[in-house]
Ligand binder design. Structure first.
Ligand code: EPU
Length: 440
């Protein structure tokens, strides 16, 4: 991974940043456009690398993309799509993304076949795709394993089957939605994920002509239709990015107004923020987050699927917790391997220990396995700048926050990965008064 940043930390971040559409929605809405033949228009699209990667993947399938980066408007016209004409490029692009697996349903509907390259994405656990494959195969797809990935065929089309997810996986829920909307018959999906990004994807599919209803008990009913049309939609704001800046304000003793942050999607985050001792004020245009002075408080915290505290907020919050008084106990229940980033915090002077056991009461599905998925943070500990290597997207941003909170100089390497999910983060850092300089 490339890109190096020199950070002189120890200064509060103060000012305003804007968040645009959610990375984890925009990429899925782009795939949904493949279900129609005419143009879909997506607004509030952030300038992040994941959007470029999915645009390139779509282009390889013959889709026309017209992207006005300044306005954040993306017009997607599938027209006559085909299998990728450049498998080497397809493989290269897939190496940085997990989105290609979601192309399966729309391509099987349009072409009767799909090619799914081996997947990339952040290394925060095994990240299997067994739930995805179960849905596709139950609906009638046949898998032919090839060297660079898998070829899927469904010569007789796809037929709805009941789906029960053993865990409310975001990706597998999206896979089921994107496959079931045009399958023959009615799909009852139980054990579904109900993240706000999924609700927004359902809104997009409904605009396209899909028939989907969501019950209160994680059950979704999808009635297959023969044809869908293009949509026009404004993406919901990125609550992970908003939470990351909120944690940056807390860890550096700063004050950041996050324009575009949405309270509804961040309820559990805001509750925890308040318990830790952070202050926030919700306005019509966004949320102001700040450190009100005095001591921050340690907390017990468990990550969970929505409406729980999301795993993607865990890493930036842990940085702030190194500055809280007392012992915080964090139990990560979504990914088995999301504490690797704490090693760099320890190198900076934080007191963080990780454990295999489920700490904090509840047993999770990793409890009997050999993964360090609980952490104990004892604070407050002053942080001192050091050289760190970015491990993954959220862990990387957390290293950046730690370097900004730490006294002295840090060299943060591998920062290019942060562009995948944080729009214009360098400009935003400058706007907040951070002393940072790209050195490679
Ligand atoms: N899982 C399986 N089998 C599957 C699918 C998932 O065992 O077939 C497991 C995973 O290994 C994991 C858990 O289920 O332990 C949850 O995974 P999920 O499918 O919900 O995650 P995802 O769809 O791969 C999306 C986001 C992640 C975010 C999670 C949880 C995208 C592109 N990624 O991943 O975002 O952490 O949902 O909210 O939407 C990020 O933005 O940095 C990021 C990692």
């Amino acid at each position: 991974m490339s890109g190096k940043l020199r950070v002189i930390g120890g200064k509060p971040l103060v000012g305003e940043v804007e968040v645009r559409g959610a990375k984890n929605f925009v990429s899925k809405a782009m795939v949904a456009a493949l279900l129609a033949r005419d143009t879909s228009v997506l607004r509030n699209v952030p300038r992040i690398r994941d959007v470029d990667v999915v645009s390139s993947l779509l282009r390889l399938h013959g889709v026309e993309i017209d992207y006005d980066q300044e306005a954040g408007t993306l017009a997607i016209t599938p027209g006559d799509i085909h299998l990728p004409d450049d498998p080497v490029e397809m493989d290269r692009l897939a190496g940085s993304s997990r989105i290609p697996i979601l192309f399966a349903g729309p391509l099987l509907h349009a072409l009767g076949e799909a090619f799914i390259p081996d997947l990339g994405g952040c290394h925060i656990g095994d990240r299997p795709v067994d739930f995805h494959m179960q849905v596709l195969e139950d609906f009638g797809a046949k898998r032919i394993q090839e060297d660079a990935g898998m070829h899927l065929v469904a010569p007789n089309g796809l037929t709805a089957k009941p789906v029960h997810l053993p865990y409310p996986s975001v990706g597998a829920t999206e896979q089921t939605l994107l496959t079931a909307v045009m399958a023959r018959g009615i799909t009852e999906l139980s054990g579904a994920a109900v993240e706000p990004e999924i609700k927004d994807l359902i809104a997009v599919l409904q605009k396209m002509g899909a028939i989907i209803s969501v019950d209160t008990d994680r059950t979704i009913h999808i009635e297959g239709v023969e044809e869908l049309r293009g949509y026009s939609h404004t993406a919901l704001p990125d609550r992970i990015e908003a939470g990351s800046w909120a944690c940056a304000a807390l860890a550096t003793g700063g004050d950041i107004f996050v324009r575009g942050a949405d309270q509804q999607a961040m309820t559990s985050f805001l509750n925890v923020y308040r318990k830790v001792g952070g202050a926030f004020e919700v306005t019509d245009d966004g949320i102001r987050f700040w450190h009100p002075g005095g001591e921050l408080k340690s907390i017990p915290l468990q990550t969970d699927v929505h409406p729980g505290f999301m795993t993607d907020w865990q890493q930036p919050l842990v940085v702030a917790l190194t500055q809280a008084t007392g012992i915080s106990v964090i139990h990560e229940t979504v990914y088995e391997n999301r504490f690797g980033f704490t090693k760099a915090l320890v190198d900076m002077g934080a007191n963080v220990q990780t454990y295999r056991e489920c700490l904090g009461g509840l047993q999770c599905r990793f409890g009997h396995l050999n993964y360090h998925h609980s952490a104990v943070v004892q604070g407050p500990t002053p942080l001192t700048g050091t050289d760190v290597e970015v491990p993954d997207l959220r862990g990387g941003f957390s290293h950046l926050i730690a370097a900004l909170a730490a006294h002295g100089e840090s060299i943060v390497s591998g920062i290019d990965i942060i562009d995948r999910g944080y729009e214009n983060f360098m400009q935003k850092l400058y706007a907040l008064g951070a002393e940072v300089e790209k050195i490679d």
